[in-house]
Design a protein around this ligand. Structure first.
Ligand SMILES: C[S@@+](CC[C@H](N)C(=O)[O-])C[C@H]1O[C@@H](n2cnc3c(N)ncnc32)[C@H](O)[C@@H]1O
Length: 193
Protein backbone atom coordinates (compact mmCIF):
# COMPACT_ATOMS: atom_id res chain seq x y z
CA UNK A 1 0.00 0.00 0.00
CA UNK A 2 1.22 3.48 -0.80
CA UNK A 3 1.40 6.23 1.77
CA UNK A 4 -0.85 9.14 0.93
CA UNK A 5 0.52 12.58 1.58
CA UNK A 6 -0.50 16.13 0.90
CA UNK A 7 1.10 18.47 -1.65
CA UNK A 8 4.00 17.39 -3.83
CA UNK A 9 4.31 14.03 -2.12
CA UNK A 10 0.69 13.19 -2.94
CA UNK A 11 1.08 14.28 -6.58
CA UNK A 12 4.21 12.20 -6.96
CA UNK A 13 2.63 9.15 -5.36
CA UNK A 14 -0.44 9.49 -7.61
CA UNK A 15 1.83 9.69 -10.62
CA UNK A 16 3.59 6.54 -9.43
CA UNK A 17 0.25 4.71 -9.10
CA UNK A 18 -0.72 5.75 -12.63
CA UNK A 19 2.59 4.51 -14.09
CA UNK A 20 2.47 1.36 -11.99
CA UNK A 21 -1.04 0.46 -13.13
CA UNK A 22 -0.10 1.02 -16.78
CA UNK A 23 2.93 -1.22 -16.37
CA UNK A 24 5.22 1.60 -17.57
CA UNK A 25 8.79 2.06 -16.41
CA UNK A 26 8.92 4.34 -13.42
CA UNK A 27 11.66 6.49 -11.93
CA UNK A 28 12.01 4.98 -8.48
CA UNK A 29 15.01 7.16 -7.72
CA UNK A 30 12.77 10.22 -8.01
CA UNK A 31 9.95 8.62 -6.05
CA UNK A 32 12.25 7.62 -3.18
CA UNK A 33 13.99 11.01 -3.14
CA UNK A 34 10.67 12.82 -2.80
CA UNK A 35 8.69 10.35 -0.69
CA UNK A 36 10.15 8.51 2.32
CA UNK A 37 8.73 5.01 2.81
CA UNK A 38 6.80 5.44 -0.46
CA UNK A 39 5.72 1.79 -0.77
CA UNK A 40 4.31 1.60 2.76
CA UNK A 41 4.11 -1.54 4.86
CA UNK A 42 5.97 -4.81 4.10
CA UNK A 43 4.25 -7.28 1.79
CA UNK A 44 1.87 -9.45 3.81
CA UNK A 45 2.95 -12.77 2.27
CA UNK A 46 6.54 -12.09 3.40
CA UNK A 47 5.36 -10.97 6.83
CA UNK A 48 3.42 -14.22 7.22
CA UNK A 49 6.37 -16.32 6.00
CA UNK A 50 8.90 -14.72 8.36
CA UNK A 51 6.52 -14.71 11.33
CA UNK A 52 6.04 -18.46 10.90
CA UNK A 53 9.78 -19.20 10.59
CA UNK A 54 11.14 -21.09 13.55
CA UNK A 55 14.64 -19.62 13.21
CA UNK A 56 16.53 -16.44 13.90
CA UNK A 57 19.80 -14.94 12.78
CA UNK A 58 19.34 -16.03 9.17
CA UNK A 59 21.08 -14.31 6.27
CA UNK A 60 18.65 -12.73 3.82
CA UNK A 61 19.21 -11.13 0.40
CA UNK A 62 16.51 -8.64 -0.63
CA UNK A 63 16.86 -8.20 -4.40
CA UNK A 64 15.53 -4.81 -5.54
CA UNK A 65 14.89 -3.76 -1.95
CA UNK A 66 13.97 -0.15 -2.71
CA UNK A 67 13.70 1.81 0.53
CA UNK A 68 13.58 -1.45 2.42
CA UNK A 69 10.03 -1.94 3.65
CA UNK A 70 10.63 -5.73 3.67
CA UNK A 71 14.31 -5.54 4.70
CA UNK A 72 13.53 -3.42 7.78
CA UNK A 73 10.75 -5.74 8.91
CA UNK A 74 12.97 -8.80 8.47
CA UNK A 75 15.96 -7.25 10.26
CA UNK A 76 13.74 -6.23 13.20
CA UNK A 77 13.08 -9.99 13.66
CA UNK A 78 16.81 -10.53 14.17
CA UNK A 79 17.90 -11.61 10.70
CA UNK A 80 20.83 -10.08 8.79
CA UNK A 81 19.74 -8.47 5.55
CA UNK A 82 21.64 -7.44 2.44
CA UNK A 83 19.52 -5.14 0.27
CA UNK A 84 20.42 -4.46 -3.36
CA UNK A 85 18.88 -1.78 -5.55
CA UNK A 86 19.73 0.55 -8.41
CA UNK A 87 18.38 3.55 -6.50
CA UNK A 88 21.05 5.22 -4.38
CA UNK A 89 18.34 7.22 -2.58
CA UNK A 90 16.52 4.04 -1.62
CA UNK A 91 19.73 2.45 -0.33
CA UNK A 92 20.74 5.63 1.53
CA UNK A 93 17.36 5.80 3.28
CA UNK A 94 17.52 2.11 4.12
CA UNK A 95 21.00 2.63 5.58
CA UNK A 96 19.85 5.62 7.64
CA UNK A 97 16.89 3.67 9.06
CA UNK A 98 19.17 0.73 9.86
CA UNK A 99 21.64 2.96 11.72
CA UNK A 100 18.81 4.70 13.62
CA UNK A 101 17.43 1.35 14.80
CA UNK A 102 20.81 -0.40 15.04
CA UNK A 103 19.68 -3.13 12.61
CA UNK A 104 22.00 -5.59 10.79
CA UNK A 105 21.36 -4.34 7.26
CA UNK A 106 23.89 -3.83 4.48
CA UNK A 107 22.85 -1.81 1.45
CA UNK A 108 24.36 -2.27 -2.00
CA UNK A 109 23.77 -0.03 -5.02
CA UNK A 110 23.92 -2.24 -8.10
CA UNK A 111 22.27 -2.84 -11.44
CA UNK A 112 20.53 -6.21 -11.34
CA UNK A 113 21.19 -6.69 -15.03
CA UNK A 114 24.76 -7.58 -14.09
CA UNK A 115 24.46 -8.43 -10.39
CA UNK A 116 25.55 -11.77 -8.98
CA UNK A 117 25.74 -12.35 -5.20
CA UNK A 118 29.23 -12.78 -3.78
CA UNK A 119 28.06 -14.99 -0.92
CA UNK A 120 25.31 -17.50 -0.14
CA UNK A 121 22.14 -16.70 1.82
CA UNK A 122 19.56 -18.64 3.81
CA UNK A 123 16.82 -16.69 2.06
CA UNK A 124 16.73 -14.79 -1.22
CA UNK A 125 13.62 -12.67 -1.69
CA UNK A 126 12.49 -10.63 -4.67
CA UNK A 127 9.43 -8.46 -4.04
CA UNK A 128 7.94 -7.15 -7.29
CA UNK A 129 11.25 -6.29 -8.89
CA UNK A 130 11.69 -8.99 -11.55
CA UNK A 131 8.84 -7.60 -13.66
CA UNK A 132 10.79 -4.34 -13.96
CA UNK A 133 13.34 -6.15 -16.14
CA UNK A 134 12.93 -7.42 -19.70
CA UNK A 135 12.12 -11.13 -19.78
CA UNK A 136 15.55 -12.45 -20.89
CA UNK A 137 17.24 -10.22 -18.29
CA UNK A 138 14.89 -11.25 -15.47
CA UNK A 139 15.26 -14.97 -16.22
CA UNK A 140 19.03 -14.60 -16.48
CA UNK A 141 19.11 -12.78 -13.13
CA UNK A 142 17.07 -15.56 -11.55
CA UNK A 143 19.58 -18.13 -12.87
CA UNK A 144 22.39 -16.12 -11.25
CA UNK A 145 20.51 -15.94 -7.93
CA UNK A 146 19.71 -19.65 -7.55
CA UNK A 147 23.26 -20.78 -6.63
CA UNK A 148 23.27 -18.17 -3.83
CA UNK A 149 20.45 -19.95 -1.96
CA UNK A 150 21.97 -22.32 0.61
CA UNK A 151 20.82 -25.93 0.74
CA UNK A 152 17.75 -25.95 2.99
CA UNK A 153 17.20 -22.26 2.27
CA UNK A 154 14.35 -20.48 0.55
CA UNK A 155 13.68 -18.43 -2.56
CA UNK A 156 10.69 -16.11 -2.18
CA UNK A 157 9.27 -14.31 -5.23
CA UNK A 158 6.36 -11.89 -5.58
CA UNK A 159 5.74 -10.74 -9.14
CA UNK A 160 3.24 -10.47 -11.95
CA UNK A 161 1.16 -13.64 -12.10
CA UNK A 162 1.95 -14.05 -15.81
CA UNK A 163 5.70 -14.20 -15.04
CA UNK A 164 5.53 -17.03 -12.52
CA UNK A 165 5.51 -19.89 -15.08
CA UNK A 166 8.78 -18.59 -16.54
CA UNK A 167 10.35 -18.58 -13.06
CA UNK A 168 9.14 -22.13 -12.48
CA UNK A 169 10.81 -23.22 -15.74
CA UNK A 170 14.13 -21.76 -14.53
CA UNK A 171 13.77 -23.71 -11.27
CA UNK A 172 12.91 -26.91 -13.14
CA UNK A 173 16.07 -26.55 -15.26
CA UNK A 174 18.32 -26.00 -12.23
CA UNK A 175 20.35 -28.87 -10.79
CA UNK A 176 18.86 -28.55 -7.27
CA UNK A 177 15.40 -29.68 -6.17
CA UNK A 178 13.07 -26.76 -5.33
CA UNK A 179 10.06 -27.70 -3.21
CA UNK A 180 7.06 -25.35 -3.37
CA UNK A 181 5.97 -23.93 -0.02
CA UNK A 182 3.64 -21.28 -1.48
CA UNK A 183 2.34 -21.11 -5.03
CA UNK A 184 -0.59 -18.74 -5.30
CA UNK A 185 -1.47 -15.86 -7.59
CA UNK A 186 1.68 -13.79 -8.10
CA UNK A 187 3.78 -15.65 -5.50
CA UNK A 188 6.33 -18.43 -5.78
CA UNK A 189 7.99 -19.47 -2.51
CA UNK A 190 10.25 -22.54 -2.75
CA UNK A 191 12.64 -24.37 -0.44
CA UNK A 192 15.93 -25.70 -1.76
CA UNK A 193 16.39 -29.38 -0.85
C1 LIG B 1 8.20 -2.15 -7.38
S1 LIG B 1 9.74 -1.61 -6.64
C2 LIG B 1 9.85 -2.80 -5.34
C3 LIG B 1 10.79 -2.37 -4.25
C4 LIG B 1 10.83 -3.31 -3.04
N1 LIG B 1 11.11 -4.67 -3.41
C5 LIG B 1 9.54 -3.24 -2.28
O1 LIG B 1 8.71 -4.15 -2.43
O2 LIG B 1 9.35 -2.25 -1.57
C6 LIG B 1 10.96 -2.17 -7.81
C7 LIG B 1 12.39 -1.88 -7.40
O3 LIG B 1 13.26 -2.41 -8.38
C8 LIG B 1 14.36 -1.54 -8.51
N2 LIG B 1 14.99 -1.78 -9.81
C9 LIG B 1 14.42 -1.68 -11.03
N3 LIG B 1 15.30 -1.99 -12.00
C10 LIG B 1 16.46 -2.29 -11.36
C11 LIG B 1 17.75 -2.69 -11.81
N4 LIG B 1 18.04 -2.83 -13.10
N5 LIG B 1 18.71 -2.92 -10.88
C12 LIG B 1 18.44 -2.77 -9.55
N6 LIG B 1 17.23 -2.41 -9.07
C13 LIG B 1 16.26 -2.16 -9.97
C14 LIG B 1 13.76 -0.16 -8.38
O4 LIG B 1 14.73 0.83 -8.04
C15 LIG B 1 12.74 -0.40 -7.28
O5 LIG B 1 13.26 -0.13 -6.01
Amino acid sequence: MLRSQGGAGFALTSLFVAFYRCGMAYDYELLYRETPHALGEPTQAFVDFFNRLDASGLSVLDVGCGQGRDALFIARLGHSVTGVDLSSSGIEQLGADAVRENLPIRGVVADLEHYAPEEDFDIVLIDRTLHMLDEPVRLDLLKRLLPAVKAGGWLLIADEKSNIAGFQNVLDDHSANWVPVLAKRGYLFVKRD
